[in-house]
Structures are given as structure tokens and as C-alpha cells.
Design a binder for this molecule. Sequence first.
Ligand SMILES: CC(=O)SCCNC(=O)CCNC(=O)[C@H](O)C(C)(C)COP(=O)(O)OP(=O)(O)OC[C@H]1O[C@@H](n2cnc3c(N)ncnc32)[C@H](O)[C@@H]1OP(=O)(O)O
Ligand SMILES: CC(C)C(=O)C(=O)O
Ligand SMILES: [Mg+2]
Length: 516
Amino acid sequence: MTQQTQQAERIRIFDTTLRDGEQSPGVALNHQQKLEIAHQLARLGVDVIEAGFPIASPGDLEGVQRIAREVRGPIITGLARAGQADIEAAARGVEGAEKPRIHTFIATSPIHMAKKLNMEPEAVIERAVTAVTLARSFVDDVEFSAEDATRSEWPFLVRIFQEVVAAGATTVNIPDTVGYTTPAEMRSLFAHVRANLPAHVILSAHCHDDLGLAVANSIAATEGGARQIECTINGIGERAGNASLEEIVMAFHTRQDVYPFTSNIVTRELYRSSRMVSRLSGMPVQPNKAVVGDNAFAHESGIHQDGVLKARETYEIMNAELVGREAAVLVMGKHSGRAAFRKALTDLGYEIEEERIKGLFAGFKDLADRKGQIYADDLRALVEARTDIPQTFMLERYQITSGSDMQPLAFVRISTPDGVREATASGNGSVEAVFGAINTATEIAPSLEIYRVQAVTKGSEALGEVSITARHGETSLHGTGVDTDVVAASARAWLRIVNQIVAGQGKSRAVTQGTV
Ligand SMILES: CC(=O)SCCNC(=O)CCNC(=O)[C@H](O)C(C)(C)COP(=O)(O)OP(=O)(O)OC[C@H]1O[C@@H](n2cnc3c(N)ncnc32)[C@H](O)[C@@H]1OP(=O)(O)O
Ligand SMILES: CC(C)C(=O)C(=O)O
Ligand SMILES: [Mg+2]
């Protein structure tokens, strides 16, 4: 949101990750963690940091105090119910701040007033006015929130807002506390309140995501006159969470044509902020989360990859670097096409002629079908597993029968230029049995010297690389095989040795005809 247009108006970003975000079930941040996040929020350029709810606990008070003392730049605020003790605690919390604010609130919906507060509407107004007046005795900057505003009666809302503004509130917040409203409703509500309050009062939106509308509702609020948006990093917060800061900021940034707003947010700090909050709060970010999710700038399907390689904008409306991430990632998998495959091999440093790429691509698709995601090491293994040694013997299929009370029995079916050979053999283990069956089928029997196996890629479907050194007469030969199945990888490695012997790279003898 750094781009300026002529009519651009400023939207203040009020971050409540450390207060409403911390209200996410299971999240509790210690002072050090809160401070670390607050410093990052300052680097991110938020206008307001809601650092906590000082009356909640001595620890919360101390956390707010440390942030107020140590973090410079943003306004630091603490939340307070509409009551003396809460407001005094909030005042103690923010007193060291360069720019202190007290944020006080009381519910205004019929259900909250009657069932929760057990108060008459007139008493609620009186309590709100008293609270704002007290808060103003400590600081010049006071925000008042009408909790559950979107289920409140509009005339009542306007009345309480007018009264708290007269008592000194400088920002008036209209929260959709239970995530109930819709964009059209929010737009109208803000326009109505805006028309009934003095122009110097900043209107604020605070939306929850119970229906997945928090970001849309926050943006709609700006169309009705909101100039402050309350949100959290990664959208964490009470129940389904709050409006996500990064989504709002990037919506404005990307659609300047329809939302001519500016803000102080340094978009390149968004991803770092997201990672930090996720790490410290213990709340993972879903992979498909907009802007900051692992997949937000990743492309797996061939048609998209081809488009992105030709022109990034074909499938990307934002630049990954703009939010502090690495450039778009092409994820290799079974939906990938040749364009991305070729690019991935080039990126890995291979210069491979087109004819060979065709062959490798078939192997890649086959592997992707079995493995799912293909990593760089998978590609390396694919390329390097193929050499120019003639594949005289090729494993078509194998089968192992084994159990706790029997010796493993291997069956192999091997193709040769002259036809197919099949053989069975038993061994002390599955690998030994399959080697025996290959020896029988090929009539070549190198002796095993060294056998090593290692996982070369990530994931439970990782590729296993088998590396074998064998002797044939006086010659030592080396073969490797890669597969998601260790027995198959072993069989491939063994056949590579056999094929080297046939090709004369070891002390070999002629391939004999016939099916075993
Ligand atoms: C929509 C929001 O996100 S609001 C913020 C929610 N966040 C939190 O509640 C986290 C921190 N909260 C706490 O630590 C505790 O709830 C405290 C310290 C604030 C209060 O604890 P307790 O005194 O034990 O009260 P408890 O939480 O059980 O009940 C809340 C009381 O506050 C009253 N209350 C609720 N909101 C307000 C308000 N805005 N102004 C005045 N009183 C209020 C309730 O009516 C209830 O009063 P009652 O005990 O007379 O019935
Ligand atoms: C305290 C207020 C602003 C709040 O968090 C809400 O209503 O959701
Ligand atoms: Mg809230």
C-alpha cells in the first residue's frame, strides 16, 4: 500500500495480534515473545499496537508496560472494560509510551446488555461516558468500542457514539464482534454512523471471521467511511479469528484502482511478521492462506507453470517479493508439464538435449504418480540414475513373498532385446532374494561387496538410493538405483552392474539367449 494516487486517503492499521490475537484458544505469549512481535509490528509500520488487556493479569499489565516503554513509532494501547479499575490499569500500562492510547469498550446489543451485562441501555450509555471521561483524564487519545455493534440498534449506536465523542473519544470503533454482518450491511452502517458524527472522529472497523467475511467486511467498512481497521497477523483471534492484516493490506495495494487508500505498512515485512507470529503463537498457517500461506505463490499445474514462465502476471496478481517472499515457486508434481520440468532441470544446472528430456519426463511422471511431490533431489536422482550404459536387461516387474516364518522368495521379469526372462530365487532377505532371481534370469552373478541405502528426498514417500559395489572376476563395479521402494532400488542398482558387465565395462561374458 505504498503506491499513492491523487485522491488516496490514509487507512490506519490497528494491530490487535497481541490482544485479540492472543485470545485465540491455546495461545499465550510471554513478555519476551510479545516484545519481539511488537518490535516487528513497528518495523511493519502499523499505526497502533494493542499490546494487551492490562486488568487481565499482572503479567499482561507488565507486558503492555514493557512494550509501551520499549517500542517506538506506533501508538500503544491497552484494552479496558468500562470501569474504573480497568481504565486505571490500562493507563498504568501505556504510561511509558511515546504515543499512549486507552481503548475502552462496552456492549451495546440488546442481547449483550440484557443477558451479559444485566444493564439497562441508559445505564450502558452512562457507564461508557464515565469510562471515556476517566480515560481522557489520563491520555488525549481515547478509543471507544461498542461491542457487538453489528447486532445493536442503529439509533442507539449513534446516540452512545455521540455521547462518548462529546466526552472526549477520538476514535469510535464499530466491531462485528461475532462475525455476523455482511459487506453491504457494514457499508451502510458505517455510512450511517459517519453521517451522524463530527468529521474529526476516526471510524474504526473490527471484524471477526465466523462466516469467513472478516476481510470483506473490513474493506466494505472503508467504503462507508472507516479510516482505521483493526486486524491481526495471520488473522488469529477469538474463535474463527479476526480480519487478517496481510490480506487487507494486499487487497488495498493490489486494487488501488477501486480502493484509493494508502497506509504506512511496509509490505516487504508481511511474510516475516507472519512467520514470527506463527512460530511464537504456535498457530500454524494453513498452506492455502492468502498472501502468507506456503502455496500462495506456488504453482503445480503444467498449464499455470507454463503461463508463469512466459509471463508471471498470467497467474499472479501480486509479486512474491513485494510481501517479502521468494519469487514464485514451481512445485513439481504429477500435474506439471514439460515447460516446468525443463526449467527445473536447467535451474539445477543440467544442460540436457530435448530428446533426452522427453525420456526423463516420462520417468518423472511415473515417479510423480507414485510419490506425489517431486523435490530437487528427486530430479537429480532421476537424471543421474540414467547413464549411457546400454540397458540390455531392464526390470519389468518383481514380486516378493515373505513372512515371519518363511524365507523371502523373489520373482523377477526382465526384458532383453531378445525377449523376456523370468526367474525366482529365495534369500535370507528380500534384497538377497531379488539379486538371486536377477542372477538366474541374466545368468550373470557378480559378488556383492558393499551395499548402502539412504533416503535422498523428503517425505514419507521419500526416494531411497541404493548404492552397490560388486566384483565380477577381477573388476570392481559400482551401481546405484533410486526408487520409492528400497527393494526396487536395489534391483535397479544390481541390474546396472549386470548391464555394465554385459557392456564390457567389467569382465563380462556374452548374454545368452533364452528364457529362464
Ligand atoms: C469482545 C472481546 O474481545 S472483549 C475482551 C475479551 N477478553 C478477555 O476477556 C480476556 C481478559 N479477561 C479476563 O482476564 C477476565 O475476564 C477479567 C479480568 C477481564 C474479568 O474477570 P472477572 O472479574 O473474573 O469477570 P468475568 O470474566 O468472570 O466476567 C466478566 C465481568 O465483566 C463484565 N463486563 C463485560 N464486559 C464489560 C464491559 N465492557 N464493561 C464493564 N463490564 C463488563 C461482565 O458483565 C462480568 O461482570 P459480572 O461479573 O458482574 O457479571
Ligand atoms: C473489544 C472489542 C473491540 C472486540 O474485540 C470485539 O468486539 O470483538
Ligand atoms: Mg474482537
